[in-house]
Structure formats: structure tokens, C-alpha cells
Write a protein that binds this ligand. Structure first.
Ligand SMILES: [Zn+2]
Ligand SMILES: [Zn+2]
Length: 148
């Protein structure tokens, strides 16, 4: 974690900072003199390091964009760059789950209340072809195979 002291030091060093685009995210490199050197920022300008929107890496990205830097491409619908903090189905805290990471769905996560069922419910609602078809339920089989 960054302390407020390193925070200030980083702000003074924005010139030495490099911002690049990797996949759907910004990668921020503060250079070798900063302890927490590498940060990952999403398109909503939230850093993954725990400081979120108040991370100095976000300022670096804003500066990068102001100078004409390219934005990362928009991820497809229902794609999670990072596990959500709150379950999009019920709002309970959600946790990252490596086994559920997927090329098309992005970061895997599990709801603390609804478990893997909410993960599948969410993705199924996103990728369902429309309301005309009543949903089959692919969730049960998929979740069973995850608990091996
Ligand atoms: Zn950060
Ligand atoms: Zn949930």
C-alpha cells in the first residue's frame, strides 16, 4: 500500500511516469524510484491498487489523455476487466475467482451471498439473446464442474 508520503512523492514525479495501454486497461509505470511502481487503471479511471479513483496513477492517466494519449478499446458487454466489488445481481460484496476468469467474460468473481450462481445469472442475462426465449439454466452444470 502507498502511504501519503509516497503519494506526494509520486505527484512530484508525474513527468517520469509512463502510461501505456494494455488490453482494455491503462498501465502506469512510476519508474524505479517509486515503491509501488506499477498500477493498472481502467477506463472509468479507477486504479486496481486499492486507492481506486484517488490513486495518483489516475492523475497520470488524465494527464496522458490530455496530451493526446490513446484510450484503450471499450470492452464487450458483460466483460469484467476486474472483479466487481459488489455483486451486480444483489449488491453483496463479490470476490475475485481465478477459476472463473474467461476470455470473453473477463475477470471471474463469486458473490458472497449468492456464490457462483450470481456470476452465472449475471452473465446469462447479459448474453441472453432476448426475452423471447425463456432461459435454459446452464448455471448448475457449470458450477458443479468448478468445485472439483
Ligand atoms: Zn494505484
Ligand atoms: Zn449476489
Amino acid at each position: 500500500m502507498m502511504t501519503s508520503q509516497t503519494y506526494t512523492a509520486v505527484l512530484g514525479r508525474l513527468d517520469a511516469t509512463r502510461v501505456t495501454v494494455k488490453g482494455y486497461l491503462y498501465q502506469v509505470d512510476f519508474g524505479p524510484t517509486v515503491k509501488s511502481r506499477h498500477h493498472t487503471v481502467d477506463r472509468q479511471l479507477t486504479c486496481t491498487c486499492g486507492l481506486g479513483a484517488s490513486c495518483p496513477a489516475v492523475l497520470a492517466v488524465i494527464e496522458y489523455l490530455a496530451e493526446g494519449g490513446a484510450e484503450p478499446p471499450e470492452p464487450p458487454d458483460g466483460f469484467f476487466l476486474l472483479a466487481p466489488r459488489d455483486c451486480p445481481v444483489c449488491g453483496a460484496p463479490a470476490h475475485f475467482n481465478k477459476k472463473l476468469c474467461h476470455r470473453k467474460r473477463g475477470a471471474g468473481w463469486v458473490c458472497s451471498k449468492g456464490g457462483v450462481g450470481h456470476y452465472w445469472r449475471y452473465h446469462f442475462s447479459i448474453h441472453a439473446p432476448g426475452r423471447g426465449r425463456a432461459g435454459q439454466r446452464p448455471a448448475l452444470r457449470s458450477s458443479a464442474s468448478l468445485h472439483r
